[in-house]
Ligand binder design. Sequence first.
Ligand code: C2E
Ligand code: MG
Ligand code: MG
Length: 671
Amino acid sequence: MIGNIIRRYLFVAAAVAAAAALILLFVLHSENDLLIGAIGSIAVLFYGLGNLQVTRSQNRRILELKRQAEKLRNADFGERLSAESGDALGELATVFNDMRDKLRLTTISRDYVDSILAGMNDAIIVTSNEGRIKLANPATQHLLGYEEGELTDMPIDFVVDSEKSGSLLAHPASGVPREAYFESKYGESIPVSYTSSTLDGKGAEPGDRIFAAQNITERRRAEKRIRYLARIDSLTKVPNRMQFQHLLQRAIARARRAERSVCLLYLDVDRFKDINDTFGHLAGDTTLETVAGRLAAALPENSIIGRLAGDEFAVIVDSGVVERLKRRDIEKLAQKVLDRLADPFFVQGHEVFMTASMGIAYYPRDAANVIDLIRNADAALYHSKRSGGNVFSWYTPKMNVAAVERLMTKSKLKRAFERDELLVHYQPKYDLETGEVFGAEALVRWELPERGMILPSDFIPIAEETNLIIEIGEWVLDKVCEDFRYWQQSVSSPGRVSVNLSLKQLRQPKFSQRIGGVLRSYEVSPTSLELEITETTLMEDPKRTIKLLDQLYALGLHLAIDDFGTGYSSLSALQQFPISTLKIDRSFIHDVATNPDDATIVSTIVQMGRNLNMDVVAEGVENEDQLALLQRLGCTYVQGLLFGDPMSSDSYLELLLAQVNGTDTHRALFA
Ligand code: C2E
Ligand code: MG
Ligand code: MG
C-alpha cells in the first residue's frame, strides 16, 4: 500500500518534470530539440504508467492517454482528456492537458511569429552571442540570394561587404538606423539601412542580437540624382552657382595653405536678351550651351566652369590649371576666351554674333573669401559692360559700391513685389496755355522699410533683366485703373493718365486684348489712358512695334514717345507710328533757360512735334525760367519738380479738387 502511494507520487513527479522539461525545451530550443523533448517526456510518462497496477477502466483511460500522446507526437493537439477522478490517472490527465495546452499555445505563437517574419520585406537576422546567424528570414535570403538554412551558423560579417562596411558587430546595438553594404552570394554589394537591438525576452540567450535591414539601392540612386541636379546646371551641364561657390571655396582653401593665388573670371553674354527676344528661348538655350562648350574648349583642362545665373558664367583658374598666375598670362587667357566666344555660330539657320564681357578678381589680393571674390569680379564685369562689352576688366576697389547695391536690389526686388512694397505715385502734367492740370504720369516706387523710397531707375533695369517687369507693369496698370475709378467718384474728369510701358510688356502675346480687358473691368475709357514708350523701345524692332501700336491705337488709347531726344530716331521713322505725344527728355530741359544750344534743340523738337500734329510735353521742369521759356517756344504741357514731388493717389485727387474749387496754388505760375 505504502509502496503504491510512493510509486503514485513518484510517477506524478516524473510526469510533472517531464512536462516542465518539454515546455522548457520548447521555449528555448529549435523544433528538433522540441521533438526530442516531447518524445523523451512521453517515454518518461509511459515508464511511470508501466509501473502502475491497473484496473480495466484504468486501462481504458491509459489507452486514451496513450492515443492522445501519440497524436501529440505527430504534431496533432487532439482533445483534452477527462480529468474528473481525483486518482493518480486524473492527476496525470490534468498534467497532460496542461502540457498540451501550453504546447499548443507556444506552437501557435511560434507559427505566428514565423509567418510575420516570412511576410516582412525587411531582412531580419538573429545572431548569437558569438555573432553567428541563428535565424534569417526569407527576405534576407531573397536579398542576398541564399537558400533557406544556408546562412545558419555563418558569422554575420559573412553577409557584409567588409571593404565598404567593416564589421556589423563593431557597433553596439541601438535603435538608430545605420548604413552598411551587404554582399550577396554573387558578390554584389547592396547598400542597406539597418537597426540592431539585443534580444533579452523569454527564450533569448545572452548576447543574442536582431538585425533588421532594408535595401536602399533605390534611395541611394535617387539621392545621387538629387545631388547631381542640385549641383549641376541641367542645361549646360556645368556646376551651378551653389556648387561653383563650393568649388571656389575649396580652391581658396587650397591656395591659402600653399600661399598661392586663385583667379576668378566672371563672364556675361552681351545682349543675351536680344538673342532670346529675336530668336526665341530655344535659341537662347542653344547659345548658353555654346558658351559652356566654348569656355571648356578655350580653357586649360581642369579649369572649373560654372553657370552662376541666366547668362552669367564664371571660371576658376588656380595653380592646378596655370602654374603661375601672372597677370599677363591671365590676360592672354581672358582674351582667348573672349575671342573664342565671339566666333559667329548658327541657330535655327540664323548666323548669330555673340560677344561677352568679363570681370577678373584675384584671391587674396582683391578679396579674402568666396562671396567677396565673386562680388568683386562681378563689379569688374559690370565695368566691362559699361565700357561697351566684349572686353575684360580687372577689379579695382572703386568698382565695388555700385555692385553691392545692384546685388542687393536684385535679390530683394522679387520679394518686394510679392510683399506689396511697390506703390504708384502721380506726377501732374500742366497745360502751358491754361495752367490747368491736364493729367498725370504714373510712376512706380518701391518703399523698402530700412532704406526708404527707391526710385525706378534703381530697379526697373533689374526688373527688365528678370522678366519681373511684366508682372510689375501689369500691377501698375491695374492700380492706375483702380485709382482712376476712385477719382471719378469725386471729379468728373481726372484727366489723362499716362503709364510707362516696357518692351517686354508690349511684346506679350495678346497685349492689346489684355489691356482692353483691364480697362473694361474697371470701366475706364481707353481715351483716358496714355501709354509711354521710350524712343529706344520703339526703334528696337520698328515693323513689329508698329503693328502692336496700331492695335492699341485702334482701342482708343493715346500713345506717347518718352525720353525723346535720347535715341537716334529720324523724323520719317517717327511718322510711321500712331503717336500723339512727344515727351522731351529732361536732360534737354535742365539747361534750356541758360544754354542756347539746349534751347535750340528744344525749340526744334517742339516745332517738329507741332508739324506732326503731336502734343509736346517737357519733362523735368524745375524752375520758373524753364517754364517761361517753354511757354514762349509753344510747348504744350509741362511736368516736373517745380510743382512738387510725384504724389500719392489721394494727393492727386486733392489737387484735382483744388482745381475745381479754384484753389490750386500752382496756377499763378502760368500767368
Ligand atoms: P520717365 O518715364 O521719363 O519718368 C520721368 C522721370 O523723371 C521720373 O523719374 C520723374 O520722377 C523724374 N522727374 C520728373 N520731374 C523731374 C524734375 O523736375 N527733375 C528731375 N531731376 N527729375 C524729374 P522716376 O520716377 O525715377 O522714373 C524713372 C524712369 O523709370 C521713368 O522715366 C520710366 O522710364 C521708368 N518708370 C517709372 N515707372 C515705371 C513703370 O511703371 N513702368 C515702367 N516700365 N517704367 C517705369
Ligand atoms: Mg515716362
Ligand atoms: Mg521720360
